[in-house]
Write a protein that binds this ligand. Structure first.
Ligand code: NZQ
Ligand code: ZN
Length: 388
């Protein structure tokens, strides 16, 4: 049965290969001081920076540049960004990049008018913003996180060896996001496929929980089928616009709160992957890929019916003459083969984790209770060991 819920999504999207022009419609809604947030320079190489700056200038904006947002943005960078935004009295935070830039912009947005340290307030005490939030807009250049249409912001604290996500309320969602699939075509293949696995796993995290027949799970299956099909095309031909646009659109719907409505969710792969990420600083989607199969094989006996459904509905496994558990296991085997084909079958060791990190990664793994099995600490350690 679908549980009771409310649903709103406050982000306006502009999608397509000419979508940047709609920045002209959005900019007049905000004050003159725009903080232009970007990463390590990919947008300068592929020309997106020049296009965005030209539109900002045409609209008479004062541009305050905030570059160098690293993949897995750090708490130090966040504190610097907050100071810069305050000094320049910014009216709009415009993130041009992937999930890291969008997440970072949101974390800055809830901290500018707040006296307390953002790490302590939002990532240790998980409080909600009590100050005025500065609006955020995104020009997305990488498909994966769904950050363009959600209120999540993940920040890493290397000193404390913690990588933590805070899912804020609707008021923190970007006011608008511009999604041009062509912008994703300059991504290195490894980033493209890490993003694809991130999308797929966001869907799994919301699918592998609960046993009821509900619309959210059918939506999830449709999205998974689309991601599988388009990923195989994009890996062979990264220039295929149809595949890249399907991937970008699936990424947004995989994590904009729709497919979790009215049902419970799991999110343990992300808890394990994020903790591994705090130790290795590895690419987010790949940390998920490393822990997924050991985790899903571990919880499969507690959720056989759903894993069987995953096998037949997503991977077309023929159930004829097989036990439910055999069908379920064949589904995970099919997922593993797909991961191999797209090049994301990795271990935590491949990503730089070493044996001496196992206990720490386990300590940093937040244990959630929405999945088929609430893990004990020993089980967490066992899954991490199997992911090495
Ligand atoms: O920094 P630049 O030079 O721009 O390079 C980036 C970066 O090195 C590059 N890149 C992005 N677009 C490109 C490009 N290179 C060439 N051409 C382009 N068009 O790709 C690299 C990775 O970018 P990043 O933004 O870090 O990747 P992603 O979108 O995967 O974001 C990862 C962050 O988002 C968090 C992750 O934990 C991680 O910190 N997540 C946020 C979520 C949310 N808001 O809901 C949920 C996710 O589960 C995830 O945890
Ligand atoms: Zn993710």
């Amino acid at each position: 049965m679908l549980g009771n819920f409310s649903y709103v999504n406050a982000t306006k999207l502009y999608f397509g290969d000419d979508s940047l022009k709609y920045l002209n419609d959005e900019l007049p809604k905000y004050g003159d001081n725009v903080m232009l947030i970007y990463g390590g320079g990919s947008i300068k190489k592929n020309g997106i920076y020049d296009e965005v700056v030209a539109i900002l200038k045409e609209n008479g904006k004062n541009i305050i540049e905030d570059s160098g947002v690293m993949p897995n943005p750090t708490v130090e960078k966040l504190r610097d960004g907050v100071s810069k935004a305050r000094e320049n009295n910014v009216d709009l935070l415009l993130a041009v990049g992937g999930g890291s830039c969008c997440d970072y912009a949101k974390a800055v947005s809830v901290s500018i008018n707040c006296d307390e340290d953002p790490w302590e307030k939002y990532y240790i005490r998980f409080e909600e913003p009590t100050c005025e939030i500065v609006p955020v807009g995104c020009v997305l250049t990488m498909a994966g996180t769904g950050s363009e249409m959600n209120a999540g912001a993940v920040i890493t604290n290397h000193e404390q060896k913690l990588k933590i996500g805070h899912v804020f309320g609707d008021e923190v969602m970007p006011k608008f996001s511009i999604l041009n699939p062509k912008y994703t075509m300059s991504l290195p293949k490894r980033q493209m496929t890490a993003g694809i696995y991130d999308i797929f796993n966001h869907i799994c995290e919301q699918y592998f929980s609960g046993e009821d027949d509900n619309t959210s799970d059918y939506l999830a299956e449709g999205l998974m089928r689309s991601v599988i099909k388009s990923s195989l095309i994009a890996v062979d031909n990264p220039e295929d616009y149809e595949a890249r646009s399907n991937i970008m659109w699936s990424a947004t719907w995989a994590l904009n709160t729709l497919i979790s409505r009215g049902k419970s969710t799991d999110w343990m792969v992300h808890m394990l992957g994020q903790s591994a990420g705090a130790y290795t600083d590895a690419t987010h989607g790949l940390t998920l890929a490393a822990v997924s199969l050991p985790y899903y094989r571990h919880i499969l006996p507690y959720g056989v019916a759903k894993f069987k459904r995953f096998a037949t509905e997503v991977w077309n496994v023929d159930p004829e003459g097989k036990s439910d558990e055999e069908v379920a296991l064949e589904g995970l085997k099919a997922m593993e083969e797909w991961m191999e084909k797209i090049g994301v079958k990795v271990t935590l060791t491949d990503l730089g984790a070493t044996e001496d990190m196992i206990e720490g990664i386990a300590d940093g793994t937040i244990i959630l209770e929405g999945g088929y099995k609430v893990l004990t600490r020993d089980e967490v350690v066992d899954i991490i060991k199997k992911s090495m």
